[in-house]
Design a protein around this ligand. Structure first.
Ligand code: FES
Length: 159
């Protein structure tokens, strides 16, 4: 996923366009948030307020949705987002060792972003590829059957 951060000045009109595309229905909340996240790289507070008001959904509900789904973030993220599956099949087959290798390579904890802004490391729930556990996703690319030794090689492609 290529993320082109939008400027703060133009954010309100970008959000208006996204809502106009989907229609002002509360049933479009997740689709609208998905497109806002794509436009800004995360869900800024002002965007959540604007979406809540336009779709006539309580702000608390919009926050609830924005923070419930691991694919959404309310914090700015790095250029590349690494999501390591932490559900049982991946956990049992070594997801923790992948996290250890990633935190060591990147020098950040889970939830952190490198100071250069290149990588954000996150946990996620099942990526739907349990047959190749343990798995992780970098942007839109899924990697499976991973060992800690694979981590430096894969990261090199994104550096
Ligand atoms: S449990 Fe990790 S991909 Fe399904």
């Amino acid at each position: 996923m290529d993320v082109m951060p939008a400027s703060v000045d133009s954010s309100a009109s970008i959000i208006r366009e996204i809502i106009a595309r989907h229609g002002e229905s509360k049933h479009e909340l997740i689709a609208v948030l998905h497109d806002v996240e794509k436009a800004f790289g995360y869900l800024p507070e002002n965007a959540l307020i604007q979406v809540a008001s336009s779709l006539d959904v309580p702000l608390s509900k919009v926050y609830g949705v924005a923070t419930f789904y691991t694919l959404f973030s309310t914090e700015p993220m790095g250029e590349h987002v690494i999501r390591v599956c932490e559900n049982a099949p991946c956990h049992l087959l070594g997801a923790n060792s992948l996290i250890e290798a990633l935190t060591k390579e990147l020098g950040i904890p889970v939830g952190g972003t490198t100071s250069c802004g290149k990588f954000t490391l996150k946990h996620t729930s099942c990526l739907g590829v349990c047959g190749v556990a343990p798995a992780m996703m970098i942007d839109d690319e899924v990697y499976g059957n991973l060992t800690p030794d694979d981590i430096p090689v894969i990261l090199e492609k994104y550096r």
